[in-house]
Design a protein around this ligand. Structure first.
Ligand code: ZN
Length: 242
């Protein structure tokens, strides 16, 4: 059983008719329906809900949080960011999508500006698998293609990722590290690039497969439980007693 919460600011869907037409149930609805797998419990949460839908109870019951935000990053309350960060350090998985690169939580966890180049010209994106043995790439060929997307280009100001799984090429010539993993505390983080709100990217089967794989990967329990603070010796100390 994997408990997944898909969070979305849900702003463009209400302000931009094109986005609303592509995602009548919101980006969160499309993602929740598209990535759902047997044995998963998937719920959604949005910015306008009390505590942005991310109460202590919800987060404590979440194994993996998926994050989509863009216009309203600044409207996410800092105490919620603190709460999400704490849960990631405790071992909750986090999948950050597209413009979530500028979210408070992603910048908090990476500690860098997370800035990048961008262009909205509906160009072709070819996403190359550069780590074919990684479980997030399971079931893919050597690349996937998205016919129309926003361009994100290097340099992407992130810490060197633990693992690089995908690299995007864009019709205009730029490249981008599109699939990156990080570990913070006990938590696993997967950043995946595609998903501009005016393209039907989250209806693309390969994109949904990758996000689902990312959720599965980030939801694997972490390693050993760490112990901090003052610590008693495990053996009798010989020195320092006289
Ligand atoms: Zn975008």
């Amino acid at each position: 059983m994997l408990n997944v919460t898909v969070w979305n600011e849900n702003v463009h869907e209400r302000e931009n008719p094109k986005c609303a037409e592509i995602y009548p149930e919101g980006i969160h609805g499309a993602l929740a329906n598209g990535i759902r797998r047997d044995g998963w419990s998937v719920r959604t949460a949005t910015l306008d809900q009390p505590e942005h839908g991310l109460s202590e109870e919800v987060l404590n019951g979440t194994d993996v949080l998926v994050w989509w935000g863009h216009r309203a990053h600044d409207h996410v309350a800092d105490y919620i960011v603190d709460r999400v960060q704490r849960r990631v350090l405790e071992g909750m998985g986090l999948v950050v999508l597209h413009s979530g690169h500028f979210s408070k939580i992603f910048k908090r966890l990476t500690g860098t500006s997370c800035d990048l180049k961008w262009r909205e010209a509906g160009e072709k994106e070819r996403i190359w698998v550069v780590n074919p043995g990684h479980p997030i790439a399971a079931g893919l060929g050597q690349y996937i293609e998205i016919p129309h997307e926003e361009m994100y280009g290097e340099h992407f100001d992130i810490p060197a990722p633990d693992e690089l799984i995908f690299v995007s090429w864009f019709e205009g010539g730029e490249v981008f590290r599109s699939g990156c993993t990080f570990t913070r505390g006990q938590g696993k983080i997967f950043y995946f690039r595609p998903g501009h709100e005016t393209y039907p990217t989250y209806h693309h089967p390969d994109v949904l497969k990758i996000i689902g794989n990312g959720v599965q990967w980030a939801g694997q329990p972490g390693g050993a439980r760490p112990v901090y603070g003052n610590h008693q010796p495990l053996e009798q100390l010989r020195g320092g007693q006289g």
